[in-house]
Design a protein around this ligand. Structure first.
Ligand SMILES: C[S@@+](CC[C@H](N)C(=O)[O-])C[C@H]1O[C@@H](n2cnc3c(N)ncnc32)[C@H](O)[C@@H]1O
Length: 236
């Protein structure tokens, strides 16, 4: 099932235009690699298996691959327009498989306790809440005990005023598209953000879902406005 949240001016080869409004995007993506790389240093196996949810244009995929040469990644995205862009770029690599599939069926088709890490960026907040709950459960099932979950995403703060301040900062940043003569892009992302609010992924809800699914060492770091990186370790 395709959601079409990343099509038209918010998807495909137009997606990267979005970065004009989020100068912290690349910094946060790189930080995923730092966290994953540190985690991999403690693994002794010759091969490290990673699943990625939401390939997009493949930026997170590059970061994952660069973080340790032993990594093999299988990455899924349910929007064919995004998969086409990712497959057409240099991410096509011997250590990578990209598949056009929705995250839940992708996770469910994997062997239980078969992967060292599940990494995802700016994807889970797009998922409807009941579906998202199933995704957290499936992530836990597929991870080996001691495996890591890394999610760089919109994580709303529970404090209402603090969240509103962050939301406003994100919305204001979109004015850059008026400056380059693309009010259509501003409007599309504004609508996207307003829709995000209806199914908000909060720090508290992520913590709750992770704890309920057997994770510990749950941490949020590197916050920029609504965005923060969540890391958690699946218990033995
Ligand atoms: C905002 S992009 C982020 C891509 C990349 N991780 C990055 O950070 O640049 C989110 C991607 O998740 C994909 N996505 C959204 N819902 C999905 C689902 N249910 N299953 C698989 N992919 C999904 C979208 O198609 C989109 O390409």
């Amino acid at each position: 099932m395709e959601s079409k949240r990343f099509s038209g001016v918010t998807g495909g080869d137009m997606y990267d235009l979005f970065k004009l409004s989020a100068p912290h995007y690349d910094v946060m993506e790189d930080q995923i690699g730092v966290i994953l790389g540190k985690y991999c240093q403690n693994l002794t196996s010759d091969e490290i298996n990673v699943l990625e949810l939401g390939t997009g244009t493949g930026q997170t995929l590059d970061v994952i691959l660069s973080s340790d040469p032993r990594i093999r990644v299988v990455s899924c995205d349910n929007e064919s327009q995004m998969v086409e862009v990712a497959k057409a770029s240099p991410h096509t690599h011997v250590r990578v498989i990209i598949t056009c599939e929705d995250a839940l069926s992708f996770l469910k088709s994997r062997m239980p306790e078969s992967v060292d890490a599940v990494v995802t960026a700016f994807t889970i907040h797009n998922l409807e809440i009941p579906y998202r709950e199933q995704v957290f459960e499936a992530i836990s099932k597929v991870l080996k005990p001691g495996g890591i979950f890394i999610n760089c995403d919109k994580h709303a703060l529970t404090d209402y005023d603090a969240h509103q301040k962050n939301f406003l900062a994100h919305m204001t940043s979109l004015k850059v598209f008026d400056e380059i003569g693309r009010p259509d892009v501003r409007e599309a992302w504004e609508n996207h953000y307003i829709d995000d609010e209806k199914i908000e992924l909060t720090e508290d809800s992520a913590r709750f879902l992770l704890t309920a699914n057997g994770f510990d060492n749950i941490e949020f770091s590197d916050r920029h406005w609504l965005d923060a990186i969540c890391t958690a370790i699946k218990l033995n």
